[in-house]
Ligand binder design. Structure first.
Ligand SMILES: [Zn+2]
Length: 427
């Protein structure tokens, strides 16, 4: 079958079903499921969905929708149909395993970074399939090496792959030499002129988004790097490309939005957001991606108290997940002593309560939210991670329908696609 049809409508049970269809030249009717459109909280029990030419031709109560005479009919009374999920924050250059960020935890003596990258590239088709099996039909790679563009090209030409949008290397205030194997994912750029040049090159190469890593080190203020941030955003906007910014402290995030950021790719987690910040996001129509789980998973891995979900055990890459527990068995000289001590002391891992409260506050204020996991980082596996993110969003106080809206219509907004994320005719 044509792969676009998979991307547009599929959930896991539906995927399996549609995967068995030879073609969609003739209409297909899904009869009897409960149809959900989280964007407007529509729930239709005993629905009929008619698919034709890779699009939804009709959706509604079975009593109102006429099934075309030539349609292939699938009776599915005990299933749900909803738009495919969208993970708005992933990184394909990272595996999710223990050896994937030598700048955070240097275990290159155990596994050279080039070897880690080789494995990641080799398993890309498998990684793509794990997203689909998890019901995730679109992902946004928010920054990585220039070979991110090859990842997108491979996804575009692979039948079993999600829709992929990509950013190129992060324009960063700090350097990460341990990640440089000739095509670095993070570029330290210190002048506005260099930033403009890099942005122009990335746009010519075909990135969907530009990403800034706005890291403020001790002794610095957000103002120090702001000229580079402003130049980057200005240059990208001149070409009609949006800019996503990693800015996790309130004052850095404020500076990023004042400088024109379109997307904040993480929560603000150091302080509660204030009224002026909420207003600023609203006035600038900023999209907010909370990524609540990624910091939790770093902490849990580093104290060896990982609590992966059933979905992650079932749908995640087994060897990647197994590597997360290697900290217990690696020879002593390889593991930094502070980490060894933390593992022995096994402190409770606190939850990001400030980030959760900020999410609730911004959501209640009507700020658009897109769900994202930061999958690929240590402890956050590709594919099923969104389900843990959903649990944390629920703990933050969002209702299930609202959470699903962030992972469907919210994600479509991030992708800039008005033909994705809703269960409606024409989608
Ligand atoms: Zn990220």
């Amino acid at each position: 079958m044509h792969r676009l049809s998979l991307r547009r409508w599929a959930l896991v049970p539906l995927l399996l079903l549609l995967g068995a269809c030879p073609a969609l030249a003739q209409p297909t009717a899904l009869v009897g499921p409960t149809a959900l459109n989280p964007a407007d909280s529509t729930v239709i029990e005993d629905a009929t969905v008619v698919l034709k030419d890779d699009r939804i031709a009709a959706v509604g109560p079975s009593s109102d929708v006429t099934v075309p005479d030539d349609a292939t009919v699938h009776e599915m009374p005990n299933k749900y149909v909803m738009p495919g999920l969208i993970d708005g924050h992933v990184h394909f250059f990272q595996s999710g395993g223990l050896y994937t960020r030598p700048d955070v935890l240097d275990l290159r003596a155990k596994r050279p970074y080039a070897e880690e990258l080789r494995r990641i590239k080799e398993r890309l088709p498998d990684t793509f399939r794990r997203y689909l099996r998890s019901g995730v039909t679109s992902v946004v790679d928010v920054g990585g090496p220039m070979w991110n563009l090859d990842v997108r090209a491979r996804a575009d030409t692979t039948a079993m792959a999600p829709t992929v949008a990509v950013a190129g290397p992060l324009i960063s205030s700090v350097e990460r030499p341990s990640l440089d194997e000739g095509d670095p994912p993070i570029l330290q750029i210190t002048t506005p002129e260099a930033a403009r040049k890099e942005v122009r090159e990335q746009i010519i190469a075909g990135v969907d988004l530009v990403k800034i890593w706005y890291i403020v080190r001790q002794g610095e203020t957000p103002a120090d790097y702001r000229p580079v941030v402003e130049a980057t955003i200005d240059e990208a906007h001149n070409a009609g490309i949006r800019v996503a910014v990693h800015a996790t402290e309130l004052e850095t995030a404020r500076a990023a939005v004042e400088a024109g950021a379109d997307v904040l790719v993480h929560s603000v987690f150091d302080k509660p957001v204030d009224d002026a910040f909420v207003r600023l996001l609203r006035e600038n129509d900023v999209l907010y991606i909370p990524t609540l789980m990624v910091r939790e998973r770093y902490r849990e891995t580093f104290v060896q108290q990982l609590d992966l979900t059933t979905a992650e055990h079932r749908l995640g890459q087994k060897d990647v997940i197994a590597s997360l527990f290697d900290l217990r068995t690696l020879p002593d000289p390889l593991v930094p002593p502070e980490l060894r001590q933390r593992i022995q002391q096994a402190p409770e891992t606190p939850s990001d309560t400030v980030a959760m409260r900020n999410l609730k506050r911004l959501h209640d204020a009507g700020i658009p939210i897109a769900a994202g996991t930061d999958a690929g980082n240590i402890g956050t596996p590709h594919g099923p991670a969104l389900f843990r993110e959903f649990e944390l969003m629920r703990t933050a106080g969002l209702a299930p329908q609202e959470i699903l809206a962030t992972a469907t219509a919210g994600g479509a907004r991030l992708l800039g696609r008005d033909d994705l994320g809703q269960l409606k005719p024409g989608m």
